[in-house]
Design a protein around this ligand. Structure first.
Ligand code: UDP
Length: 368
């Protein structure tokens, strides 16, 4: 079998699946392919090491391309890799260009496809990720849906139940396995000069927030406004750093703690103790439901309604950040107590094991 990953969230969410495949079928049973879509050390290299993953057997070079360029290059390259290694099945995760190209290449080579984290829909056709999800779900032989809502989305598009498995999201076990001990969590906070419950943790990287200088400036101004009340720690995605430079926001950034993207353990520790998180990340919207922390989601739409419905996250426009954070902080202790008791809507930490089992069954079926 082959596992195709290329970006930070795919590495984080597929690490538990690779671990379960190793446990079930023997170490090294999966051919791990890194498309290089994220190539920066802070966005890729540090995660391979930290998550204890074997070095990828195949490494492609899809970094810094246009979407069409990336899809074309990866579909052709992955097609060549699949033709030469002939994997029994291909696993892809999420909604990136890597995901869609992996799906197209597997389909072109006639290899069964498993889509991990299937059935997410924002119904926002302006998002490239939405198209990547739809393409991949419809090509997949097995759609691993994280929630009943995701399963319903697939059914509404005519994907039969026989091609869907409700597994939960592997982010749950990723958090469970990567979250350090309490002492180590607090040591991470200390190393960034933060105290529990007394800082804001922010990540912003989506094109809808970074591509338009006025939008990005509005978000950064809102964060700076919060920094008057408590420290704002902002591990900054390389794309956002470049966009902030182009939007001439450097002076504003100097009023927050802006750092390079941090490793998984550091990020989860910081997230576990933040008074509030502000983010446009899909993975973070899931992680807060495990860590039981409040999140302000700065986006036009979301495909993670479960995190909102359970009361963990709040979808807002940039101009609503300040008032939403003020509302969260005004009843903070009561809110934290309520979230602590709210079940995680993304499963119970067995998704990766279920996906590994179902994949090996798919391989067996193909042998018959
Ligand atoms: N993350 C991290 N370090 C950081 C910021 C985020 O390890 O400095 C992790 C976070 O824990 C989550 C993942 O990155 O698991 C989310 O990735 P990203 O926001 O790039 O993608 P998305 O989830 O929006 O697809």
């Amino acid at each position: 079998m082959a596992v195709v990953v290329g970006t930070r969230p795919e590495i984080i969410k597929m690490a538990p699946v690779i671990g379960e495949v190793d446990a079930l079928l023997g170490r090294g049973s999966a051919l791990v392919i890194d498309t290089g879509q994220h190539f920066d050390e802070s966005m890729s290299g540090q995660f391979w090491r930290e998550l204890g993953l074997p070095a990828p057997e195949v490494k492609l070079d899809a970094g810094g391309m246009t979407r069409a360029g990336c899809l074309g290059y990866l579909t052709a390259e992955l097609g060549r890799v699949f033709a030469s290694f002939a994997p029994s099945v291909v696993l892809v995760q999420g909604d990136t260009n890597t995901t869609a190209a992996g799906a197209l290449a597997a389909n072109a080579e006639g290899i069964p496809l498993v889509h991990v984290e299937a059935g997410l829909r924002s119904y926002d056709r302006a998002m490239p990720e939405e198209h990547n999800r739809v393409i991949t779900d419809h090509l997949a032989d097995l759609c691993c849906a994280a929630t009943p809502h995701n399963h319903t989305n697939l059914a509404l598009e005519g994907i039969p139940n026989s091609r869907v498995l409700l597994t939960g999201n592997t982010i749950v076990e990723a958090v469970q396995s990567q979250l350090p001990s309490t002492d180590d969590q607090l040591a991470y906070l200390g190393s960034y000069g933060m105290r529990p419950d007394a800082y804001v943790l922010a990540t912003i990287h989506r094109p809808e927030n970074t591509d338009e200088p006025r939008t990005l400036r509005g978000i950064i101004e809102a964060l700076v406004g919060l920094a008057d009340r408590m420290p704002v720690l902002f591990p900054m995605h390389p794309r956002t750093r470049q966009a902030a430079k182009e939007a001439k926001c450097e002076d504003l950034l100097s009023r927050m703690s802006v750092v390079d993207p941090v490793g998984s353990r550091a990020f989860l520790s910081l997230a576990a103790h933040a008074a509030v998180l502000i983010s446009d990340s899909g993975g973070v919207a899931e992680e807060v439901t495990v860590l039981k922390r409040p999140l302000v989601v700065v986006r036009c739409s979301t495909e993670r309604a479960e995190s909102m419905e359970a009361g963990f996250s709040h979808l807002v426009a940039p101009h609503q950040i300040a008032s939403t954070v003020a509302g969260i902080l005004s009843g903070h202790q009561e809110l934290l107590a309520r979230l602590a008791k709210t079940p995680c809507p993304y499963g119970n930490g067995t998704a990766a094991a279920q996906i590994a089992r179902a994949t090996s069954q798919l391989i067996e079926l193909r042998k018959d």
